[in-house]
Ligand binder design. Structure first.
Ligand code: ZN
Length: 164
């Protein structure tokens, strides 16, 4: 999925989580936004990867795209590490990363819609490299732009206006 869609879904995740602790909303939402882009650290040409270029080059050279940073292990380790220092930030990060993994699990750029083989993310990495997901949302397609990106952003604003 494209970075704008990831960011919109991260915003939605952060705002919904903030409803449970409005006093921590700025930290939770910031962490969720960061988490929604973090897995693509493994791609030097991604939005986040370009900003941290030497690091993303290294991660890409060692692991490749959509491997370790797109796994449940990555989600748990990074969120726990941050959560030890600041619990709400860790929770926001966890939900942001989870939104990224779920979005990548249902988005595709090659293959036929509603098929599974090779689609999605390696959720069980490093135990298994096989990808988990189903092709539902075409990357850069109408559904991603208008329904996912716009819808998630509008929903995030609506929830924020109602609860925060
Ligand atoms: Zn990704």
């Amino acid at each position: 999925m494209m970075w704008k869609a990831h960011l919109a879904l991260g915003a939605l995740a952060g705002v919904v989580l903030s409803a449970f602790g409005p006093s921590q909303a700025p930290v939770i939402i910031t962490a969720a936004l960061l988490g929604s882009l973090l897995p693509d650290l493994d791609h030097p040409h991604s939005k986040l990867g370009r900003k941290v270029r030497p690091l993303s080059d290294l991660v890409y050279a060692v692991m490749g795209h959509r491997t370790g940073t797109h796994s449940v292990l990555f989600l748990v380790c990074v969120s726990a590490l941050v959560g030890f220092v600041h619990m709400p930030a860790g929770a926001g990060l966890a939900l942001g990363i989870a939104s990224h993994l779920l979005a990548d699990a249902v988005s595709y750029s090659t293959g036929r819609p509603f098929t599974t083989g090779g689609a999605g993310v390696p959720a069980a990495w490093p135990v298994s490299n096989s990808r988990v997901g189903v092709r539902i949302v075409r990357v850069n397609g109408f559904f991603e732009h208008f329904v996912v990106t716009t819808g998630a952003a509008m929903l995030a604003f609506a929830v924020a206006a109602l609860t925060l």
